[in-house]
Write a protein that binds this ligand. Structure first.
Ligand SMILES: [Zn+2]
Length: 120
């Protein structure tokens, strides 16, 4: 059980840190989150809580279930795209953890409407 909560706890921290960076840069929030981002974080944390994979959880981007609602998924992806590279400087450990987790997803290559945004 301790392992599960450690893993999930790390994910929670990652989510929070990423949304904080995104909110500050995009929404000019100086402290905490704006309403939208707060809702997004609450939603993301709830999904995490309910994640049936527990300790075996893959990166959310790579998850076969895709429990996020489509609109929330778009938003969390925007957050990750924006904050991901910046995380390396602010939260080296969390960032490394996140990059490692998400790496395998690019091999799938099936993005119905992603298009040019997916190109490196
Ligand atoms: Zn915001």
């Amino acid at each position: 059980m301790a392992q599960t909560s450690a893993r999930i706890g790390r994910e929670r921290k990652t989510l929070e840190a990423m949304i904080r960076i995104f909110c500050r840069d995009r929404h000019g929030t100086t402290d905490g989150f704006c309403k939208d981002c707060e809702r997004l974080l609450a939603y993301a944390l709830k999904r995490l809580d309910k994640c049936p994979f527990g300790a075996e959880k893959p990166a959310c981007a790579d998850c076969p279930i895709h429990c996020y609602r489509p609109d929330m998924r778009e938003r969390i992806r925007a957050v990750m795209r924006h904050a991901g590279p910046r995380m390396i400087w602010r939260h080296p450990v969390l960032a490394a953890f996140h990059l490692m987790d998400g790496r395998s997803k690019s091999t799938a290559g099936s993005s119905p409407k992603g298009g040019p945004a997916n190109k490196p």
